[in-house]
Design a protein around this ligand. Sequence first.
Ligand code: SF4
Length: 230
Amino acid sequence: MTEEQKKGGELVKLLKEIYPEPYCALEHGGDPWRLLVMARLSAQCTDARVNEVSVGLFEKYPTAADMASADRGDVEKLIFSCGLYRMKAADVIGASRMICEKFGGEVPCDMDGLLSLPGVGRKIANLILGDVFGVPGIVADTHCIRICGRLGFYPEEKRDPSLTERVMSGVIDPPEQSDLCHRLVQFGRDVCHARAPECGSCPLRPICHHYENTEKNEKRNERNTSAQIR
Ligand code: SF4
């Protein structure tokens, strides 16, 4: 086991202690098509808004077959408050049509099939694979990219989802990957915020590269200030 894999194990252990029961913030009820639609709607939108909007959307279009024949203008109206509504409506209708025409009405359960659907990239594909089909994967969303960079698994300034997925897939035990990503979302919202991470009270300090650097800089500054006073 490499040092990075040991650190990956430590990350899993610490986050499990904080969040014993991870969950997907999108309320999809275990339905892969609903998760696909909701994940597409969630781009640049909050999960809470997506959950709210999806109630009305799925009431009117409860299945992929219903969505496949939906009127685009109507879907746009229903999802308007999620933002980017034109593109998102085109994608959810397009993906639903392809699911019906090419996949017999079932969301494909493999990466290639998922990636062939409009609006589905590796982040959404890994989310569906992990949450519904039990296939391990790293969901490289904004929280995962930011936190794993701060922890030092790769340079903090890199904001590259493929790098995050590649590196983290190599250091996190596969059965832990999907749950870890849900925990990272929770942790990113509660503690390791994008703008002002709450490092002072953070339980990940012992394994955090960002914290180590900040602490070193603060000590250096303190030394410089006291030297100037003297
Ligand atoms: S110590 Fe700070 S930067 Fe590191 S994981 Fe915790 S909150 Fe994030």
